[in-house]
Design a protein around this ligand. Structure first.
Ligand code: GTP
Ligand code: MG
Length: 361
């Protein structure tokens, strides 16, 4: 690549004045923008004051693969930890096109109108390809994006769901420390991501539409079982009657599931994210759930269990990563794969040999 001409505005040499062609005030603004990276302490202080830019910067550190960034990220998380937790965390899932983004826009605006501070994060296993679904449809959240009391962050990308989920989980804590009291985690209901989301939220909302069979909606029974409420969206126009019918059917279906440990009986309701109707009813249900589970201590208990779960998950993830990225293991693994394929070595003996090698390094 051709080096920029020293007189060009593209070149910046320390101690050398900018050529006249450069607007000094613009240059100063750019330089200020590029000022040195804030320290962990500076980030913590800004986050605790509710600074959304600092929050974004810290989340970027969490998402980075640079070890120096991760170290700083851990420091920030540690510093914010005592201030996190004062929130409710709501997971929202549903197949593509069901209206999640439109719903979150309407629901989020409703919550901020009640004086709540809302953060929206996403766990999207496909985001490394699509660069985050939320980012793509910020247009669907036009109002919420502009809302001073809302914060929307596109999903972290990564090659493993475990990694993406951990980053989201850490981001939740930072959002809470930043003063957000209602955290919404969106995920597409087609893979395993809802299990990960379920393990980081207090309440799980399944968004559906009437008229499409369960096969069509790609919803597995397990997801129905996880749901604390089923919301049938697009209950507007010609769809209202169908939505009501679906509500009755889902109510019946939910009765077939075993009772939940929370003591909560899942509820079904209808809404139109588009026309912003029925949104208040959804919040009413969620508020009722929190009242019940805070009263019977399930809320606290579940969070404690989730913390333990995430500790173990993190250990699993890191052990696995370290093992598979160890240079000697990598080459031995290739050899053993071939040996196993050719029946020269049993799969168990091969695995045992590799594990023993690894733990003796
Ligand atoms: N009639 C009607 N249309 C809706 C409603 N909510 C969403 N839509 C439409 O349904 C389409 C999909 O909505 P999205 O909000 O993008 O759905 P999504 O679940 O976020 O989709 P993905 O991001 O692809 O997973 C859009 O064309 C919306 O305008 C509703 O309540 N009523
Ligand atoms: Mg969407």
């Amino acid at each position: 690549m051709k080096k920029p001409d020293k007189k060009s505005a593209l070149a910046e040499i320390h101690g050398v004045d900018q050529p006249d062609a450069v607007n000094q005030s613009v240059a100063n603004a750019v330089q200020k923008f590029r000022r040195k990276q804030p320290t962990a302490q500076e980030l913590i202080e800004a986050i605790l004051k509710g600074d959304k830019i600092a929050l974004s910067r810290a989340i970027t550190l969490i998402e980075s693969t640079n070890p120096e960034h991760l170290e700083r990220a851990n420091e920030v998380i540690q510093g914010c930890l005592p201030y996190a937790n004062k929130s409710v965390r709501i997971g929202i899932t549903g197949v593509p096109g069901v209206g999640k983004s439109t719903f979150i826009e309407a629901f989020g605006k409703y919550l901020t109108s009640l004086g709540k501070k809302v953060a929206v994060l996403a766990v999207d296993p496909s985001s490394s390809i699509s660069h985050g679904s939320i980012l793509g449809d910020k247009t669907r959240m036009e109002e919420l994006v502009k809302d001073e009391n809302a914060y929307i962050r596109p999903s972290a990308s990564g090659d493993s769901l475990g990694g993406v989920a951990r980053k989201t989980r850490e981001s939740i804590m930072l959002c809470e420390a930043c003063g957000f009291d209602t955290i919404i985690i969106e995920t597409v209901g087609v893979g395993q991501s809802e299990t990960a989301v379920h393990s980081m939220v207090d309440f799980f909302l399944l968004l559906k539409i009437a008229g499409a069979g369960d096969e069509l909606q790609g919803i597995k029974r397990g997801i129905m079982e996880m749901a604390d409420t089923i919301v049938i969206n697009k209950a507007d126009g010609d769809n209202i009657a169908k939505a009501k019918l679906a509500k009755t059917e889902f109510n019946r279906a939910l009765h077939l599931f075993p009772a939940k440990n929370s003591g909560w009986i899942p509820k079904v309701t209808t809404c139109s994210a588009f026309e912003k109707t029925g949104i208040d009813k959804v919040w009413e249900i969620i508020a009722e759930y929190f009242e019940l589970t805070k009263e019977n201590n399930y809320f606290e208990q579940k969070r404690k269990e989730q913390n333990q779960y995430w500790m173990l998950e993190t250990i699993n993830e890191q052990l696995k990563n370290r093992f598979y990225s160890h240079p000697e293991i990598m080459s031995l693994l290739e050899q053993n794969k071939k040996a196993v394929q050719n029946n020269e070595l049993s799969p168990f003996a091969a695995a045992q040999m590799l594990l023993e090698k690894y733990f003796n390094f």
